[in-house]
Design a protein around this ligand. Structure first.
Ligand code: FES
Ligand code: FE
Length: 370
């Protein structure tokens, strides 16, 4: 990091384009830390599964007959075929390989294999699916590929709440009990770090987010949501709800306190989750880095289950952050080609209201240096 007056250097351009750098990030960041993979309510019944890309691995998250969620590497132990080719689905009793028909119980044990009728000499656990650590928080299955995962409390729950004025504030939204009202998947042609950096700063808010700054006027000042407004950014006076036109939203979630009302809180859980809290709903982004220049982002809009069950029109509510997402991801895509320009060989600069992004850069560098 070099300092010239009030400007601090960013990472160099190759950090956003180089495949070796990306592979190293997959190995040292996404395969070693807790990764928010799947919304638990997406797997409502035993046998329901989803497959997700975590670092360089495909992982199956499946609900067992005992109702527990478990995660496994999506690889057959016989000759290595990919077990579940679909991103989501439901199996009846076992996960069956399409190659030679080895089948696995939903708890991962090898259940049967043709020509090994009773398998008396085969250890069904040793030749079962390779398990992946799994924890549930905020209604999501978080997985970790590390043999010894880091503390979930330190790296996820504490990290998520440390910048909130009141660390218990997030609990009052009961995110795990909310229902999915809408999900939009964005396939963004940009490096995952550009998406994180963009989310960390609000220097761009006045330029590209007219609807958001109309609801949250202090964002027009350029100071970042989670660094400078841990108290929650206040809604504009004439605004009734967190909606695209400022119209009323839905009733405040039951336990959200008076001082959390009419406020927006933004939380980043490194490396790939953003949580946005407003009085009547919660928006959760999960990033799936697919390549140095491609990031898939699943964005969930979560509401009180009664709101979703009532069939209420969510469009004014969803549209606000959908526009913010499109504006942000357009900006990231506009930036990505510049990362391979000679103009950006040594990187760009951060102005004072973006200086905290250099803490993220230091964190990435430390992870990569081991
Ligand atoms: Fe799966 Fe042979 S590779 S059964
Ligand atoms: Fe933005």
């Amino acid at each position: 990091m070099t300092t010239t007056s009030s400007l601090i250097s960013t990472l160099p351009g190759r950090s956003y384009t180089d495949h070796e750098v990306f592979e190293e990030e997959q190995a040292e960041i996404f395969e070693k830390l807790w990764f928010c993979a799947v919304r638990a309510e997406d797997l409502p019944t035993p046998g329901a599964f989803r497959t997700v890309q975590v670092g360089r691995e495909s992982v199956i998250v499946v609900r067992g007959r005992d109702d527990r969620l478990r995660a496994f590497l999506n690889i057959c132990r016989h000759r290595g075929a990919r077990l579940c080719a679909e991103p989501a689905g439901e199996v009846k009793r076992t996960i069956r390989c399409a190659y030679h028909a080895w089948s696995y119980d939903l708890d991962g044990r090898l259940a049967a294999a043709p020509n090994l009728v009773k398998m008396p000499d085969v250890d069904r656990v040793a030749y079962g699916l390779v398990p992946v650590h799994l924890r549930e928080w905020l209604g999501y299955a978080w997985v970790c590929l590390a043999a010894e995962p880091p503390s979930f409390e330190e790296t996820v729950t504490h990290a998520a709440t440390e910048r909130l004025g009141d660390p218990a504030a997030i609990e009052r939204y009961h995110v795990d009990e909310l229902a999915l009202g809408r999900r939009i998947v964005y396939d963004v042609k940009a490096n995952w770090k550009l998406v994180v950096e963009n989310f960390m700063e609000c220097y761009h808010c006045a330029t590209i987010h007219p609807e958001l700054t109309a609801v949250l006027p202090e964002f027009a000042g350029g100071f970042a949501a989670q660094y400078y407004v841990g108290h929650g950014a206040e809604f504009a006076q004439r605004v009734e709800g967190f909606t695209v036109d400022g119209s009323a939203g839905f009733g405040r979630l039951p336990d959200v306190s008076q001082d959390q009302d009419r406020r927006y809180y933004a939380i980043t859980v490194k490396p790939q989750v953003f949580v946005n809290l407003v009085p009547d709903h919660v928006i959760v982004h999960r990033m799936f880095p697919m390549a140095a220049d491609r990031t898939v982002i699943e964005c969930d809009w979560l509401y009180h289950p009664d709101v979703v069950a009532s069939g209420a029109d969510l469009s004014a509510s969803v549209e606000l952050f959908h526009r913010v997402n499109e504006q942000d991801f357009d900006a990231c895509e506009r930036t990505q080609p510049g990362m391979s320009s000679r103009a950006y060989r040594d990187g760009g600069v951060l102005v004072p209201s973006e200086h905290h992004i250099s803490i993220f850069h230091q964190w990435v560098n430390q992870r990569l240096r081991g």
